[in-house]
Ligand binder design. Sequence first.
Ligand code: F6P
Length: 566
Amino acid sequence: MSASTPLPRAEATGDRAEAAIALDRRDEWKALGEHRSGFDSTRLRDLFESDPERVDRNTQRVGDLHVDLSKNLVTDRTWQLLADLARATRVADLRDAMLRGDRINVTEDRAVLHTALRAPSEAVIRTDGHNVVPEVHRVLNHMAWFAEQVRSRTWLGRTGRAVTRVVNIGIGGSDLGPAMAYEALRPYTDRGLEFRFVSNVDGADLHEALIDADPATTLFVVVSKTFTTQETIANATEAKRWLLDALGHEGDEEAVARHFVAVSTNADEVSRFGIDTSHMFEFWDWVGGRYSYDSAVGLSLMVALGPERFREMLRGFHVMDEHFATAPPETNLPFLLGMLGVWYGGFHDAHSHAVLPYSHHMGRFPAYLQQLDMESNGKSVQRDGRPVGWHTGPVVWGTPGTNGQHAYFQLLHQGTRFVPADLIGFARPGPDLPAHLRGQHDLLMANLFAQGQALAFGRTADEVAAEGVPAHLVPHRTFPGNRPTTTILAEQLTPAVLGQLVALYEHKVFVQGAVWNVNSFDQWGVQLGKVLAKRVEPALTEGEQVPGLDASTAALVEQYRRMRHR
Ligand code: F6P
């Protein structure tokens, strides 16, 4: 299939009959099912032994990423059948519709244009006939001006002292991206500035961020697309009170102006909160929260990194965007990773997907991907509202290696669950790691390579017995292998590499959503809990009866009240 093949999406052409074909009734899906039944006896060991070219054929290089897919349970035929399915489900057409600004977020009637956030200034990307790229660069320049002020210590607080601590207040996409990227790129940050990321409505989160903070030198970046999110507004309101108690008085606009900036799409709510909209950095409804940290949502990150490194990161994103937009599916990395997930979820009963970065700095990456993937594809109705008859997004989880090896890897190696995993590593440690610690990097990476090998090839009973292991222990010490991994290697974790990685996963999630025919860009599933929490809260604080509570929840509320007031 070629990315440029003009295959208009069925809904767009009014071909309802084609659009209505359920995924699991498609011939291409059934062909994969048949292929799978012949796969039971397929062993990675055999695939490698019989094919010296396997690694070459299953390795892709995009930008700075070297991606080895060979330890996956695939043959050339599998890839071909997956490409057929991608063609039948018109993934490339939906991709093109997204990239050209069509309103593919059908339930919210919005365009999905996070790729415009990293487009070069000369690009033209229109939605509703309007080129959005100049606005993107206007906001980037505004961010750069602000970041430089803070970094040069010329952004002064109410008392005339320079800001040295930045507290980002936001949740979900308004927290996870900047927090993850700040940790990932720590070696490139200004170490003289301190950063905190506060998200939880649990007051302990804000407390810990402020416990050793000096109000005179603390700046709050309040990030919320809607500026109505309960947790963020609660934390920002408390932060304002904390600041004004120390430095000013209720309604001290100058204090708020020097110590609070906002990032939002909602200027009315920002000014209602008391932040001057000239201190607001905007983004747009065509940027989903979980796709937003390369917008103004990354303001704290830009302060930490400086504008040039932030722009390097955007160029990294753009490299992957270009690849996704133009490479044929056979070599298109997001297509390949996305279709692998379709294969494992649909035909291998994989319920989860592990992301295992062998990098301390990438510690928040799995949590970031959880929102990206699970909020996007955790859906059970199709784009037109019909229920799906197949599994959609997996549970995404993981922690950095080598720590996980001493915790849950036992299950990955010998458990009954099938858990495909991504192993992510870097050839060189961060640029500021002292010489005496750099030697440990080989040890770290040796573990990554060892795990990939052990998971794929295991250790047979014969091999174990040949080592002299007593017969009764042989089953315990046998490793079945055949557990798939994808290894992603880059030279170093730089801003550009992080951009490439994030864009890779964004587009992978897109490909899967397109195949499963779900809308990857809404999140209605988070609403009910929010509504119920609002209803329950007064009962906890004011002791009112909450109508409509089920018996279990009513009893828990009652018990909570007794414990709370004891
Ligand atoms: O409730 C889920 C959600 O809407 C996420 O999609 C979003 O990233 C997060 O809440 C925060 O939303 P906001 O940026 O509007 O505060």
